[in-house]
Design a protein around this ligand. Structure first.
Ligand SMILES: Nc1ncnc2c1ncn2[C@@H]1O[C@H](COP(=O)(O)OP(=O)(O)OP(=O)(O)O)[C@@H](O)[C@H]1O
Length: 373
């Protein structure tokens, strides 16, 4: 477990944060200027904060009270940046070995073969970076970060410079990294859909402070958490693939509720997390009939959040989990939606994009990474 407490002042900006990053991906989520890069720089050792302590399972990287501040090269951090930053004159295999070169002899090492399998880069080993696509470069960069026997991995907006197709190519590998290694990953993002796909834990930052932290499902289901605007809000449901239908649909079981989605390339039984964008959910007070939408889930309104504009975010607790709906304030009034009121969420099957369905469950986890009972 990585533990971080930092305090630092720039002219006009004060950072004061404390959070833990258990195994898995901890996303630092917040709008521009909220302090994400400052935290990353303090972890990597590029910034010496006014006060703070950063420790991993086996080392103290920083403790200003005790006068400890390991230099960057001794922190054993694996980096994944926006652009892969591979060495152009080295082959993929040599770039990967370069990571291992810096691993101390007594450190627990990842096996090159395992990393190559994990990232699906076996066929690229003899190529140079100029002969790789952006997505392939990024997979190699992740491999190199893994092979330096890191105590933690820092990923600073690693997908920001890729188009949607390349992002979709890398996301499954980041999911595998999250699910198949025990290394804490601190991941900076301002994309709600990336948070939904990848985060084990989310730390929401606002003006240098942590305003919310918790599991991805808890945080993204909170209508107050909209650093990227209510338009991008969306809850995450944990589900399992129940079966595939002949007409191209996949049936999910989400806490006993059935969800139908366009076909997913995952086998029956697989755990998935589904991001349901608040914009794609309608609400009704009685169970709608004669409707083309296939997904209708009953629940109880937990919270209604209105802002300055005409919109409102309504949180509905259902057997499938927390669902968010973005509707107008006028509809909130017309349907008399208020906490405790029973309502039905209507979700169009085709509204759920394949990119919004990820591997793994989104249920809250305990500090050691086990699912909570
Ligand atoms: N070296 C510095 N000197 C003075 N102010 C700084 C310095 N570095 C950052 N800041 C200020 O600290 C605040 C937080 O910046 P930071 O780069 O950490 O935000 P961020 O969340 O990473 O933003 P972005 O998403 O745009 O990268 C900003 O107001 C920034 O102007």
């Amino acid at each position: 477990m990585l533990e971080i407490a930092l305090a630092h002042r720039f002219e006009g900006f004060t950072l004061d944060v404390a959070f833990a990053a258990p195994p898995g991906i901890t996303v630092l989520f917040g709008r521009s200027g909220s302090g994400k890069t400052t935290i990353v720089n303090a972890i990597s050792g590029l910034l010496r904060p006014d006060a703070g302590r950063i420790s991993t399972a086996d080392a103290v990287l920083l403790d200003t009270q005790k006068g400890i501040a390991l230099p960057p090269h001794r922190r054993r951090i694996g980096y994944v940046f926006q652009e892969g930053r591979l060495f152009p004159h080295l082959t993929v295999r040599q770039n990967l070995r370069y990571g291992a070169w810096f691993a101390p002899k007594d450190a627990p090492r990842e096996d090159l073969g395992r990393v190559v399998d994990l990232l699906g880069i076996g066929h690229l080993l003899e190529r140079r970076p100029s002969a790789l696509s952006g997505g392939e470069k990024q997979r190699v960069a992740i491999g190199r970060a893994l092979l330096c026997a890191p105590r933690l991995i820092l990923a600073d907006e690693p997908l920001a410079s890729l188009d949607d197709a390349r992002k979709a190519e890398i996301l499954p590998y980041l999911e595998r990294l999250r699910d198949e290694t025990a290394i804490p990953i601190v991941y900076v993002s301002h994309s709600a859909s990336e948070v939904a796909r990848l985060a084990t834990t989310v730390v929401v930052l606002e003006r240098g402070h942590v305003v919310r932290k918790g599991s991805a499902a808890e945080v993204m289901g909170d209508p107050a958490v909209t650093p990227t605007g209510a338009r991008e809000a969306g809850a995450i449901l944990a589900a399992r693939v129940a079966r595939h239908h002949e007409d191209g649909l996949t049936e999910l079981d989400a806490g006993g509720e059935t969800l139908l989605l366009p076909r997913l390339a995952r086998p029956p039984g697989a755990a998935v997390r589904v991001r349901v964008a608040a914009n794609d959910v309608l609400l009704a007070r009685t169970r709608p009939e004669g409707l083309s939408a296939l997904n209708i889930i009953e629940g109880v309104v937990a919270e209604v959040r209105t802002g300055e504009g005409p919109g409102a975010l309504v949180a509905l607790d259902t057997a499938a989990g927390r669902v968010l709906a973005r509707i107008t304030r006028r509809s909130v009034a017309a349907l008399a939606l208020a906490p405790g009121v029973r309502a039905f969420a209507v979700l169009k099957t085709v509204a759920i994009a394949a990119a919004d369905v990820g591997a793994g469950d989104a249920a809250p986890r305990s500090a050691n990474g086990d699912p909570l009972a």
